[in-house]
Design a protein around this ligand. Structure first.
Ligand SMILES: [Fe+2]
Ligand SMILES: [Fe+2]
Length: 222
């Protein structure tokens, strides 16, 4: 099998990423920060979190692929999302490899409430539906970035911590691409819609949640 995550490369990439990846704009964009409680529970349940992370990467690629088919008239979207699909599938392979290294067997894990909680507010007519999907994509990518950064600082698994830092650069670009694409299909400013989804997303992150997932709320079960 091809080595998808060569140790030396990862080390070099992670140190560069650490020096270069400033995610203060992500913190400014999001309406809430990850709670200490989520971080505490997450770092003690890394196998479950890695399984959910693998699911998220695959879903991110699948969603982007659907957008590529649905909005074939938008040339810039085709190019940006084709790159995104490639990167998410690489991440998927990398997470699978990290799970294998740690002896974590694949398990079926149903999705949490997060994506559904955002998608239920998507408008059904166009181009409003397209704008909403792209804004939701931006929030999911921004939150992933914020959580990778927070997790990297607290977990005891050094290689995984480096890997999370390595992901910051691409995930923060995915957030920027989605947001720019959303603005590109709207004649008016999308600020109001972004503010709406900011509040919805912050509520999903800040309210009690009975399940642990990569994008879950504050755990209420411990
Ligand atoms: Fe990813
Ligand atoms: Fe991404």
């Amino acid at each position: 099998m091809t080595d998808i995550l060569p140790e030396d490369d990862l080390h070099a990439i992670a140190s560069r990423a650490k020096a270069k990846t400033d995610i203060s704009h992500i913190h400014a964009f999001l309406g809430a920060s990850t709670s200490e409680k989520w971080l505490e529970v997450a770092k003690n349940n890394l196998p479950l979190l890695m399984q959910d992370h693998a699911n998220c990467e695959k879903k991110a690629a699948g969603t982007a692929m659907n957008l590529i088919f649905r909005y074939e008239f938008h040339r810039d979207l085709q190019e940006k999302l084709a790159q995104l699909v490639r990167e998410e599938m690489l991440h998927y392979e990398q997470v699978l490899e990290l799970m294998k290294e740690r002896g974590i067997a694949w398990s079926h894990l149903p999705a949490g409430r997060y994506a559904k909680g955002l998608l239920k507010h998507k408008r059904t007519w166009e181009p409003a539906g397209m704008i909403d999907m792209l804004i939701i994509g931006a929030f999911i990518e921004a939150r992933s970035c914020e959580r990778f950064s927070a997790l990297a600082d607290v977990i005891d698994d050094e290689k995984l911590s480096k890997y999370y830092k390595y992901l910051l650069k691409s995930e923060s670009r995915h957030y920027e691409d989605y947001l720019a694409l959303a603005q590109s299909v709207s004649d008016e400013s999308i600020d109001e819609r972004v503010a709406f989804f900011r509040a919805v997303e912050a509520e999903l992150i800040d309210s009690p949640d009975s399940e642990l997932r990569f994008h879950s709320g504050v755990p209420d079960f411990v």
